[in-house]
Design a protein around this ligand. Structure first.
Ligand SMILES: Cc1cc2nc3c(=O)[nH]c(=O)nc-3n(C[C@H](O)[C@H](O)[C@H](O)COP(=O)(O)OP(=O)(O)OC[C@H]3O[C@@H](n4cnc5c(N)ncnc54)[C@H](O)[C@@H]3O)c2cc1C
Length: 364
């Protein structure tokens, strides 16, 4: 599930957004009282920023349906990458197969093998974990189309209507050293324990919100530790090199606090498609392999320049927003609930308002 803005640019438009959401309502988990209600209309945008949930399965199916049959090869884990001369990359799969390619885009998530190949270190654990869940209401859930966020008591959680019948929720928490030793392992392995743990962390929350968590089926929850890439690595690292580049979580694993990880991956797919289409244009078909390779490398370098600062910005903002929204203690509670509430939501929404252009290449 991701929060995103629906773009109406480009030749084809797919409307995958669920219910358009009108505002973000923040509530203190300490007091149970609302601290801000920010409408999306108040966020400066280019006029086509619609916020809503996109169901991951629907997005993947829509993208896959656009490709010729047989383009996607499933269950093909990349285990090693080697340069073959200056032009080709040899990709070794777990089942022993070798593939040869001129371009390799590593979008293999937070444990990216391609990021290893480009010299990035493994993303760091941020000391927080996240649980996600989904609840279906046969007769409708009755919630307004708003994002409901709760902060304080060392947790940060939210409930988001996807449509009239589905609610998505998340909760992030910092395992205490004790929980780390005993309960944390148990939590990931035992959904009953996980649910009890979540219910114990909600704080002062109106009953109708608590009921969402109580109603969640055990198999509809997933829990995972949160990891991110240090921003300085993104400043200095090789986002692209010798026809290989990174996109999505492989490039910028970030905490989920501004809901932009998957949105940024989509931005990258648009920019990459545009740049590579330009580099591989058919009217260059008589060029030598070396010339073509140089064009590919130039296009990936241009892509890397476009994404470097955006990635640094998103990873850093997400981290800072998470620290402020999840921390506790009297001073932090006061600052977050009385002074920063609107600012933090505004920062989140501003990051979503990004124009990555259209798929059509500019005439150059
Ligand atoms: C609690 C939580 C809430 C979130 N909320 C939002 C939100 O509201 N909005 C938003 O935009 N983002 C959100 N995100 C982030 C979002 O889920 C990720 O940024 C997004 O899924 C990244 O997509 P990706 O394709 O880069 O990586 P993934 O989704 O991780 O996909 C990677 C793919 O690569 C494959 N793969 C892995 N290793 C290999 C290998 N060696 N060889 C071949 N294939 C491989 C995997 O099987 C997988 O299919 C949230 C994340 C969390 C944890």
């Amino acid at each position: 599930m991701l929060l995103g803005s629906a773009s109406t640019s480009g030749r084809r438009t797919f409307n995958l957004l669920g219910h358009p959401l009108a505002s973000v309502v923040s509530t203190s988990a300490n007091s149970g009282l609302p601290t801000s209600d920010t409408t999306f209309a108040a966020v400066p945008s280019r006029g086509d920023l619609n916020v809503g949930c996109v169901v991951r399965k629907a997005l993947l199916e829509t993208l896959a349906n656009e490709l010729p049959q047989g383009t996607i090869r499933y269950s093909s884990k990349v285990v090693r990458i080697q340069n073959q001369g200056c032009t080709f990359k040899s990709i070794h799969l777990e089942d022993g197969t070798y593939l040869t390619t001129k371009v390799l885009i590593g979008c293999d998530g937070v444990n990216s093998v391609v990021a290893d190949h480009l010299g990035f270190s493994r993303p760091s654990f941020v000391g927080r974990s996240a649980v996600r869940g989904f609840v279906h209401y046969e007769d409708g859930h009755g919630f307004d189309p708003k994002l409901f966020f709760f902060f304080g008591r060392g947790v940060r959680y939210g409930i988001i209507p996807c449509n009239d019948h589905g609610l998505y929720w998340f909760l992030t928490f910092s395992p205490s050293p004790q929980e780390n030793n005993a309960a944390e392992k148990g939590i990931e392995e035992d959904p009953i324990k996980l649910k009890q743990f979540i219910l114990s962390k909600l704080g002062k929350v109106p009953d109708r919100f608590r009921a969402v968590f109580e109603r969640t089926e055990l198999e509809s929850m997933v829990c995972a530790p949160l990891r991110f890439r240090h921003p300085w690595e993104l400043l200095w690292g090789n986002i692209s090199k010798d026809g290989v580049c990174l996109a999505g979580d492989a490039l910028h694993p970030m905490t989920p606090d501004i809901g932009q990880g998957a949105c940024a991956a989509l931005e990258e797919s648009v920019i990459l498609a545009r740049e590579l289409a330009q580099a591989l244009k058919t009217n260059h078909s008589s060029d030598s392999l070396e010339k073509e390779q140089r064009r590919i490398e130039n296009s990936l370098e241009k892509y890397a320049r476009e994404r470097r600062w955006r990635s640094v910005d998103l990873v850093s903002t997400a981290y800072m927003v998470g620290v402020m929204q999840q921390s506790h203690g009297a001073v932090m509670n006061f600052l977050r609930d009385k002074i920063m509430a609107k600012f933090l939501v505004g920062a989140q929404m501003k990051k979503a308002d990004f124009d990555c252009g259209t798929l059509t290449a500019s005439a150059s």
